[in-house]
Design a protein around this ligand. Structure first.
Ligand code: SF4
Length: 291
C-alpha cells in the first residue's frame, strides 16, 4: 500500500523517521476524553508538566502485563526500533491521542475493586513509557495514592528519565532485555544495551521487583550464547522474581505494511516449541522461575 508521508519535526531521534499522514488506530482510547482542540503550544506545555500525555490506547487484561487483572495504558513514542515490534504505530509521540492524566486516574479509580479482587493493578506500557516521564510519574503517583499496584513495561533504554521519586511509586518493572551483547542488541533495536543494564542495576539496588522479559526470535536472538549473556545480566539483579521468554510472532506485520515501514522479519517463523523450551531451560539453569 502506498502512503503519503510527512517528516516528524518534534523530539530527538523521531526526526529520523517518516510518519504516515494517515496512521492506523489500535484498540483505541474508548471512554477517555480526547483533547484534540488544544492549541499546540498549550498542549506541549501541559505535556511537559505531565498533565497531558500522548497515548495509543488502553485495555483491561488478565494474566499479562503483570499479576491479576490490569489496566494497561499504551503510551506513544519510542526511541528503539525493534525489528519484531508489534506496535510500530506507537513509535512516534505525535501519533498518539492527547489525554489528561486526571482522566486516566478517574478511570483507574473506577476499577479499584477489580484490581483489589484480582490482586491486579495498572501497567504503563508503550511505545516506551519513559518517553513521557512527567506524565507517567503523575499516573504512578496517583495510582499509588489510591493503593493500586503499579507496574511499568520498559526497555530501560531511557531509565535515566526515571526519577527516584518515580521509582518509589513503582511496585514492579517488566524489563525487556532484548539481547545479551551490544552487537546483537544494536541489530535488534538500533540502540545500545548499556542503559538497560544501568537501569536494571538501579532497580535492583532499590529492591524494586523485576520481571525480566526476552523475545525469542529465530536467527536473530536465539543463539544460546546470546541467551546465556542475557541470563548473566539478569543474574546480577537480586530483585528479579521471574523471567518471561516471549516467542516471536507475526502479529504486527500488517501494521508495518500499513505504516509504509520496512518489516525485516517477514520470512521469519515463530520459534518451534523445542527452541522455546531449550531457551527457557537455559534461564532455569541460572535458578530463575521461567514462564
Ligand atoms: S521497545 Fe517496544 S515499542 Fe519500542 S520498538 Fe521495541 S518492541 Fe516496539
Amino acid at each position: 500500500m502506498t502512503q503519503t508521508t510527512t517528516t516528524v519535526r518534534d523530539g530527538g531521534r523521531d526526526q529520523d523517521f517518516l510518519a504516515p499522514a494517515a496512521r492506523l488506530r489500535g484498540a483505541g482510547i474508548g471512554g477517555l476524553e480526547e483533547l484534540t482542540d488544544l492549541q499546540r503550544s498549550e498542549r506541549l506545555a501541559r505535556m511537559r508538566d505531565g498533565e497531558l500525555g500522548s497515548i495509543h490506547s488502553w485495555e483491561l487484561v488478565t494474566a499479562v502485563d503483570g499479576p491479576g487483572t490490569r489496566m494497561t495504558v499504551f503510551l506513544n513514542g519510542c526511541p528503539l526500533r525493534c525489528q519484531y515490534c508489534h506496535n510500530p504505530d506507537t513509535f512516534l509521540m505525535k501519533d498518539g491521542e492527547p489525554v489528561e492524566a486526571e482522566e486516566l486516574l478517574r478511570r483507574m479509580r473506577r476499577y479499584r475493586g477489580v484490581f483489589r479482587a484480582s490482586k491486579g493493578g495498572i501497567t504503563l506500557s508503550g511505545g516506551e513509557v519513559l518517553m513521557q516521564p512527567a506524565f507517567a510519574g503523575r499516573l504512578l503517583a496517583g495510582a499509588k495514592k489510591m493503593g493500586i499496584h503499579t507496574c511499568i513495561d520498559t526497555s530501560g533504554f531511557l531509565g535515566a528519565n526515571a526519577s527516584d521519586e518515580m521509582l518509589d511509586n513503582i511496585d514492579l518493572v517488566l524489563l525487556d532485555v532484548k539481547s545479551g551483547d551490544e552487537e546483537t542488541y544494536k541489530k535488534v533495536t538500533g540502540r545500545s544495551l548499556a542503559p538497560t543494564i544501568t537501569f536494571g542495576d538501579r532497580l535492583a539496588a532499590k529492591g524494586i521487583e523485576i520481571w525480566a522479559r526476552f523475545v525469542l526470535v529465530p536467527d536473530l536472538t536465539d543463539d544460546p550464547e546470546n541467551v546465556h549473556n542475557v541470563a548473566r545480566i539478569i543474574e546480577r539483579w537480586g530483585s528479579v522474581s521471574r523471567v518471561e521468554v516471549l516467542p516471536f510472532h507475526q502479529m504486527g506485520t500488517d501494521k508495518w505494511d500499513a505504516l509504509g515501514l520496512t518489516y525485516q522479519l517477514r520470512d521469519t517463523r515463530p520459534p518451534e516449541p523445542e527452541l522455546v523450551e531449550s531457551t527457557r531451560a537455559i534461564f532455569r539453569s541460572y535458578g530463575f522461575e521461567v514462564h
